[in-house]
Design a protein around this ligand. Sequence first.
Ligand code: NAD
Length: 477
Amino acid sequence: MTGTAASIAQQDQEIPDIVAGLRATFDTGATRPAAWRRRQLRGLRSFLTNHTRAIEEALYDDLRKGRTESHLTEIGGVLAEIDHALRHLERWMKPRRATVPMNMKPATARIHPEPLGVCLIIAPWNYPLTLTLNPLVGALSAGNAAVVKPSELAPATSALIAGLLPRYVEAVAVVEGAVEETTLLLEQRFDHIFYTGNGTVGRIVAAAAARNLTPTTLELGGKSPVFIDETADMAVTARRLAWGKFTNAGQTCVAPDYVLVTPAARDSLLSALPGTIREMFGPNPRTSSDYGRIVNDRHFQRLTRLLAEGKPLAGGPSDAAERYIAPTVLTDVPHGAAVMTEEIFGPILPVLTVRDVHEAIDFINARDKPLSLYAFTRDRAARRALLEKTSSGGIVYNAPMIHLGVPNLPFGGVGESGMGAYHGKTSFDAFSHRKPVLSKPTRPDTLRLIYAPHTSRSFAFIAKAVARTHPILGKER
Ligand code: NAD
């Protein structure tokens, strides 16, 4: 939805009021108690369970997501995050003791997590439910108020969230809209901005946040590579690869973007993939209820241009009327082709050959740091080399994407793939300030040795303390 001049003018008035209202609520302290946080999490849960059918329909309308896929990657994922937070909330909220060094004793120290205030969550279209609500689980667990801005490119899910979510949670406002509305939102002062989407807009968000020194989490994307060698179990590798690549028609931030395969593994991989795709989506994936569509015409046009950059081993056909692109595997792709320089974000899988893991590492390191790196290999030295000699948001051996389902693993990028992380306790931390609290009794006054006037006794004491903590400085005296 792009706002008309009149509706933007209205939003202009409304958005500052919405943020001011949330700030007033936050300032009452109402959002801090564990009971309030639990009530919001249960409210989120009820939103999902009371409107499951409507959510499934919205996801189908936006992306033709199948029912099972919607439960696996959207509804189920959010429910799992909510339940994990409900299970651990009290423990996360507890202040943690910190040890005090000898020269500071007597004193007690603890770290007290406190909510940040009013947070802004800006979501993308590809997992329009999960990527709107999962950060909200973190914001509410941590006791914040929040403005949620779903993606205008998934209009059915955006409308559903705007229409129904506010009935289930307090201190949450949903603002629908596109660039104009988001720009207005970014003009407000928030205490944290959590953005998921592409790096170009990520830079706009970071620049706007800098004006108010607002901390940001940027969950971005990029090209997530897959390394495969001859020690891999090829039947399972092909299945997992096809599942990871063609779920949501490849429109997944952590989808395998391209494959680097060793010469000894290439033929068996290439002979397994077409049959695996047929097993999953039938001889005509267009008729499969498990295969999605490209989100809009712009992305469809972009992807059909990429289709022409290699030789299709499987797939190839597309249909503009339905925004359908068949699950496609490309070989003979030049390294400089757009399909190898841009994030693909669609059902196209280029397969390139590399001599060995070392060439794969050089290839990966010559590009932006990926959000995820996948390696199908039983060779421990190869796994270790990939782990230690490359940098990526995360690394998974023998499967794509499933690390998102482990709440104890922080999920986020590094470098071009983003900054900050969330999921589970990491979400709670992302939306909290870890406040250090130090309490020092006044008697005995052990600080008296650091007050002026400094005497030879205080010098001896301080020199000794410095020598203990900084041996080199101590020697210089
Ligand atoms: P999108 O077009 O829906 O944009 C994301 C959000 O930014 C939307 O809410 C949109 O309204 C807003 N926006 C767009 N232009 C803006 C502007 N000029 N100013 C302010 N706000 C603006 O989604 P997208 O960016 O196409 O999403 C796809 C990208 O996101 C891919 O690169 C993908 O890898 C990445 N992604 C990352 C993750 C992750 O968890 N790291 C998850 C999903 C997608």
